[in-house]
Design a protein around this ligand. Structure first.
Ligand SMILES: Nc1ncnc2c1ncn2[C@@H]1O[C@H](COP(=O)(O)OP(=O)(O)OP(=O)(O)O)[C@@H](O)[C@H]1O
Ligand SMILES: C[C@@](O)(CCO)CC(=O)[O-]
Ligand SMILES: [Mg+2]
Length: 397
């Protein structure tokens, strides 16, 4: 147990190409965002585990003897190589007083927490008394990998607390990263958390939240892209709520219904990811505008494909039309069905042009912002390194 508590963070992500196709074995290109989720764990008293998740309105607390008894009862059902069974999830729901059919954000967040806490402590060591707060800069359920950032923070904090991974922070350091081997462990447990929230995740989101940077992901294989140019991306949140789980199920049904029609679309999305990777790897660090027409065209084609597989939304069509009227190209990112879109900005796109596009997008009721990409993955922070604002949010929440 980390006596003085710990603070970890993990980034959200943007999928450039390959969302949904990646669930069916195709490649995806994803980059970590400069927006993060933070988890603060402090030792608590009274043999209790207290969890505050202000992003989804959760404040729950369980006594440790009760959690240990539940863990003892379910021990045989924890198998981290398999998706959590329906029976196991039923038992967790019953324990937490969550209705059987519940799929609301708070219910899924509690379920993922209980699963990871009990499964990790069953394997590595006991659950300590603790107060846990998770706080995020990411919008929840908007396509920016909030569920994966949440699951990665939980995995890192719980594994560290149970002593399964080291404390990489040295005296005087404000942040530190874990070893490749430890990150592989964090990633595998975060994937289990994603399975509780998403049903059938590909694993790309938790991989980016763990490793950060930019990567190509296919069927569990992660390849960090070494030479990624500085890309300017405008993010727009349509604020239309949607569930990744439901959208992933919808795509599966379409593929089963029209395999001969849908499989070529997935192959084409795969080819788009390959093409985009080739262009990115050929681009210098500070690219000239000549590379952009291809990247823009790939955005346009993929956006059409994503509509074909049924994950578009009128709000996303509008987003694309508005940015096109400013000569800019956009596509949805993440699971679609609402949520966020990304717009590629050229190096020579003027601030004035970006501001004009932003104004029109905001007039639609959308929220938009330019953000950094290629952020670091899961990170351990010294409590003192977090700025006052974050600490304030953590303690106030
Ligand atoms: N800060 C948070 N605290 C607690 N739970 C969270 C938090 N962020 C996300 N979640 C959980 O993740 C769920 C959202 O996951 P979902 O996969 O639908 O969206 P996303 O991850 O934001 O988008 P995408 O998967 O398309 O990138 C929420 O309903 C909630 O259960
Ligand atoms: C829609 C999807 O491809 C990406 C969600 O960010 C789902 C997944 O890969 O698990
Ligand atoms: Mg998600």
């Amino acid at each position: 147990m980390a006596e003085r508590g710990l603070v970890v963070s993990a980034p959200g992500k943007v999928i450039l190409h390959g969302e949904h196709a990646v669930v069916h074995g195709k490649a995806a290109l994803a980059v970590a965002l400069g927006l993060r989720t933070f988890l603060c764990l402090r030792p608590g008293g009274e043999e209790r585990l207290r969890v505050r998740l202000p992003g989804v309105g959760v404040l729950r607390s369980w006594d440790l003897p009760g959690l240990r008894a539940l863990r003892g009862r379910l021990e045989a059902d924890f198998d981290e190589s398999k998706p959590p069974s329906a029976e196991l999830l039923e038992a967790l729901k019953e324990f937490a007083g969550i209705p059987a059919e519940a799929s609301a954000p708070d219910s899924l967040a509690i379920l993922a927490f209980l699963y990871m806490c009990l499964a990790i402590s069953a394997k590595y060591g006991d659950v300590p008394s603790a107060d846990i707060v998770v706080w995020s800069e990411l919008p929840t359920g908007a396509g920016l990998g909030s569920s994966a950032a949440y699951a990665v923070c939980l995995a890192a904090a719980l594994l560290r607390t149970c002593g399964a991974i080291s404390c990489p922070l040295k005296d005087g350091e404000t942040t530190a990263r874990w070893t490749e081997e430890e990150m592989t462990l964090i990633n595998s447990w975060a994937f289990q958390g994603e399975r509780v929230i998403h049903g059938n995740p590909s694993g790309v989101d938790n991989a980016v939240a763990t490793w950060g940077g930019a990567l190509r992901y296919q069927s569990g294989k992660i390849k960090s892209l070494k030479r990624v140019p500085t890309l300017r991306i405008l993010l727009t949140n349509t604020k239309v709520p949607r569930s990744t789980k439901v959208l992933v199920v919808g795509v599966k049904e379409k593929i089963l219904k029209f395999p001969a029609i849908m499989n070529p679309v997935l192959d084409s999305i795969d080819a788009i990811s390959q093409e985009c990777q080739s262009v990115l790897e050929a681009m210098p660090a500070n690219p000239s505008p000549e590379y952009y027409p291809v990247l823009e065209e790939l955005f346009d084609i993929n956006q059409h494909h994503l509509n074909v597989i049924g994950v578009g939304h009128p709000s996303l069509d509008r987003l694309c039309r508005v940015t096109a009227s400013h000569g800019l190209h956009s596509k949805l990112t993440g699971a679609g069905g609402g949520g966020c879109g990304i717009t590629l900005l050229r190096p020579d796109t003027t601030l004035l042009a970006v501001e004009a596009a932003k104004r029109d997008l905001c007039a639609c009721g959308f929220e938009c912002w330019e953000t950094d990409i290629g952020a670091p993955g899961v990170t351990l922070h010294s409590s003192s390194s977090l700025n006052a604002q974050v600490l304030h949010a953590l303690s106030e929440s």
